[in-house]
Design a protein around this ligand. Structure first.
Ligand code: AMP
Ligand code: ZN
Length: 471
């Protein structure tokens, strides 16, 4: 039947059909991080969702081009740069580096393009100029440029494609300068913001004078430059539906005049938010987590990823430390089963068992229904364990099941690297033990073995040397 996705634009689940006439290429854009601070695990729920969709599309044999921008100039960043008193790039690069480290720790594949808004100022100015030429954008006396919703509508466009917007409630001529605004303030929004004293050195020349772009227009310019005026998929968290994505549509369709019923984006996919211990994350409530906080507590990126993709992306998800502990145990169950399959298969090659793949595909095809997907996987683990226990699984079947699992772990991005879930203190003890053994200090080596055992780890000798294994 093929993949089906809930499209915010259609307000229903639809069959996914790429724009590519050969049905092979998929072009996808996800609003990337605003690099004003460390990203929190809520942000990562959205980025892991995007990675999951890319991986699943590849599992379904599509060629995916994934673009994720870096928002490195907008209101919040300007405010922080001013406080810190350092150049813009110096300020943002620290958080950008941290973001990519976290993304890798969470098993996310690198997007094909990672454009920075500040590298696309000419494209942004070009798009705003097109809107000015069509009379959809206007300059104000201070040298800012605003998007006119009324003019846009007068030219036959629809504003409010993702959200129902009640134009009667709009204050005539109302205008917003801030990048973020509430739904009841639907109004002309800033495309170009004239330089003010508080901007410091953050400004560019433009036909309207010195200034900087508004946040919304950045994504329109970068996505269309890299993916073309129409592309398949656009993702982001649910908070971006309005105004950010609504404004992206207006700017892109207003500036590019799509032909023959084409749209800026065919499918809009929005991830629901993540709560922590039942509440919105906040530093004062003490429930605000970055990935780094969790790694410091001894959890791995793989475990956090598992938890982030354990529930359906359109359901608000409650992240708890207990849930993370449960995730650790669940992954261990899978890993133990896979290890046993590996030793039974004995390195033998086989083509993937179709049953597991079929059941998994049926689950994920249904709007990425991971809950059903995990049910399929844990049923399979149970069945494999039963068959291995009563010795009714031969080496060839073990290899075939393993081959199917390899495809699934790749699609989910939870591939286990040998030893990757071994906590750092255990790895440190292991290397100290190697060291003292070299020095023939066997008494200390034995003590370390006992310390490892007390912490729940045994030492296994492998051809590559000793390895820590859970007792
Ligand atoms: P930002 O860096 O603030 O632009 O946010 C990056 C992404 O994280 C956006 O797609 C947001 O919609 C998303 N996001 C923000 N908060 C949460 C949350 N609590 N749960 C899930 N996604 C979120
Ligand atoms: Zn965006």
């Amino acid at each position: 039947m093929g993949l089906r996705l809930f499209n915010t634009l259609a307000r229903q689940t639809e069959s996914f059909e790429p724009l590519d006439p050969d049905g092979k290429q998929v072009r996808l854009y996800c609003c990337g991080p605003t690099v004003h601070d460390f990203a929190h695990i809520g942000n990562f729920r959205t980025f892991v969702l995007t990675d999951l969709l890319c991986r699943y599309l590849r599992f379904r044999d599509y060629d995916v081009t994934h673009v994720m921008n870096i928002t490195d100039v907008e209101d919040k960043i300007i405010a922080r740069v001013k406080e810190a008193g350092v150049p813009l790039r110096e300020y943002t690069s620290k958080y950008e580096t941290a973001f990519f480290e976290d993304l890798a720790a969470l098993g996310c594949a690198s997007p094909q393009h990672v454009p920075h808004a500040t590298d696309y100022i000419p494209e942004i100015i070009d798009l705003i100029s097109k809107l000015v030429e069509r009379g959809i954008a206007y300059r104000t006396s201070d040298g800012s440029v605003y998007f006119s919703i009324q003019k846009y509508k007068d030219l036959g466009h629809v504003y409010g494609q993702l959200t129902k917007v009640d134009f009667e409630q709009m204050r005539p001529g109302a205008r917003v300068t801030d990048d973020e605004y509430e739904k009841d303030a639907v109004a002309d929004f800033a495309l170009w913001k004239a330089r003010v004293a508080g901007d410091g050195d953050v400004f560019w020349e433009s036909p309207w004078g010195e200034g900087r772009p508004g946040w919304h227009v950045e994504c329109s310019a970068m996505s269309m430059k890299l993916l073309g005026p129409s592309f398949d998929l656009h993702l982001g968290g649910e908070d971006l539906v309005f105004p950010h994505h609504e404004d992206e549509i207006a700017q892109s369709e207003g500036g590019c005049q799509h032909q023959g019923g084409d749209k800026f984006v065919r499918y809009w996919v929005h991830g629901a938010h993540l709560l922590v211990e039942g509440k919105k994350m906040s530093k004062s409530l003490g429930n605000f987590f970055t990935l780094r906080d969790l790694l410091e507590q001894g959890y791995t990126g793989r475990e956090v990823r598992f938890v982030l993709i354990s529930s359906h992306y359109r359901e608000t998800f409650n992240f708890t430390i207990d849930g993370l502990k449960g995730g650790k145990t669940a992954l261990r169950r899978i890993d133990d089963c896979v290890e046993k399959l590996e030793s039974l298969a004995g390195g033998g090659e086989a083509s993937a068992d179709p049953e597991l793949l079929k059941n998994f595909t049926e689950a994920l095809d249904d709007d990425l229904n991971v809950s059903s997907g995990w049910a399929v996987i844990f049923d399979w683990v149970r069945e494999m364990n039963r068959k291995m226990n009563d010795q009714s699984l031969g080496a060839e079947l073990a290899a075939a099941n393993l081959a199917a699992w390899r495809k699934i772990e790749e699609a989910l991005g939870i591939k286990g690297e040998a030893g990757d879930d071994t906590p750092k203190e255990i790895l440190d003890l292991m290397s100290e033990r190697q060291e003292v053994r070299k020095q023939k200090n066997f008494q200390r080596a034995d003590e370390i073995r006992d310390e490892l055992l007390a912490a729940g780890w045994t030492i296994e000798d492998t051809p590559e040397g000793p390895r820590a294994k859970r007792a």
